[in-house]
Design a protein around this ligand. Structure first.
Ligand SMILES: [Zn+2]
Ligand SMILES: [Zn+2]
Length: 333
């Protein structure tokens, strides 16, 4: 294991455990330093004990680097690997085992922290057959959303990666903003060409129910939209769920074949149980997605599986249990 691989794995484990703050930042910073410093300089400093003279390397990150260079797994990483494993209940296990891909995740092209190929390598290691890359659309400037030109560039990059990574497939997509009038933040010709489109509300989350309902219904009946992302927009203990007429929205999803996402981010866990039960009753499709913004977060799907198990979502209504070809067939119809 090289120092860079060790630090990468530490960051991955901290991400999957949703550890943020100072500790995570220190390891991300140290990883950048190691990436940008010649390997022989790192080795020389490790031998002399002068790693911490480098700006961005502290005692604990230096220890990980030194132990990696000595051969074997750094002790801190061994501890983290054990402590940050995600648990999966017996009820949720069949859901996780049935998943063949992940339909909502981000890369450094928008507000993610990992490159497309790092996300793909992790998805492969998790046993996925495919992932849908869904970076943000242009309106979400805070997340460095992609405009038309950048999306076209990204499609080229994905084509190149797919040639290298086969049989794994990166499906093209976007998490497109639902504008306030229910239109979508991307031109129709591009929406048409993407494999999977997730549509989400990211603004005016406190709108009155009639406005929010109309906005969401307009989006989910679009023939381009395949999945409704994190439907209430809630952030647990930080932001209450949006209010809308759930029957109207979920009936429209069921009728127009738009899946309701079960978002696995620990701070979202969206929809809440009551709404998830209503979506099941409406006959909706579902997609259990990580909404990962880092490699470690790709391991969050068990959170969504637990929620699906709790509400007994029929497994055959979960679109990412399909093969990539069947999923593409489903999105086309
Ligand atoms: Zn979102
Ligand atoms: Zn997202």
């Amino acid at each position: 294991m090289t120092p860079l691989e060790a630090l990468d794995r530490v960051v991955h484990c901290l991400d999957r455990a949703h550890v943020g703050g100072f500790k995570a930042k220190a390891f991300v910073r140290a990883r950048d330093v190691v990436r940008n410093t010649p390997a022989d300089e790192i080795a020389e400093r490790a031998a002399k004990g002068t790693l911490t003279a480098l700006d961005g390397i502290g005692d604990s990150t230096a220890k990980v680097i030194t132990e990696a260079l000595a051969g074997g797994t750094p002790s801190y990483l061994t501890k983290l690997e054990a402590e940050t494993q995600l648990e999966l209940s017996d009820a949720a296990r069949p859901y996780r085992e049935a998943l063949r891909g992940d339909c909502h995740l981000h890369s450094t092209w928008s507000d993610g922290g990992a490159t497309i190929d790092a996300m793909a390598e992790t998805a492969i290691a998790l046993g996925h057959e495919y992932m849908v890359l869904t970076d943000h659309s242009a309106r979400l400037t805070i997340a460095h959303g992609l405009d038309r030109d950048r999306l076209l560039q990204q499609l080229d990059v994905i084509a190149g990666l797919n040639a290298e990574l086969a049989p794994f497939r990166i499906l093209t997509g976007m998490e497109v903003d639902i504008n306030e009038d229910g239109s979508l933040d991307l031109e129709d010709d591009l929406l048409e060409g993407l494999d999977v489109v997730v549509a989400s509300v990211h603004s005016k989350l406190r709108s009155p129910a009639p406005e929010m309902t109309l906005r969401m219904v307009r989006a989910v009946i679009s023939p381009h939209v395949d999945i409704l992302g994190h439907c209430t927009g809630r952030l647990i203990e930080k932001r209450p769920p949006s209010v809308f007429d759930a029957a109207a929205v979920f009936d429209a999803c069921a009728e127009f074949g738009t899946a309701v996402e079960i978002n696995s981010r620990p701070e979202r866990l969206d929809p809440p149980y009551e709404l998830l039960e209503r979506a099941i009753a409406a006959g909706c499709w579902f997609s259990i997605d990580s909404d990962a913004h880092a490699t470690g977060q790709l391991e969050w799907q068990p959170n969504g599986c637990e929620r699906a198990a709790h509400c007994e979502v029929p497994i055959d209504r979960i679109v990412n249990t399909m093969s990539a070809d069947d999923l593409l067939e489903w999105t086309r119809n």
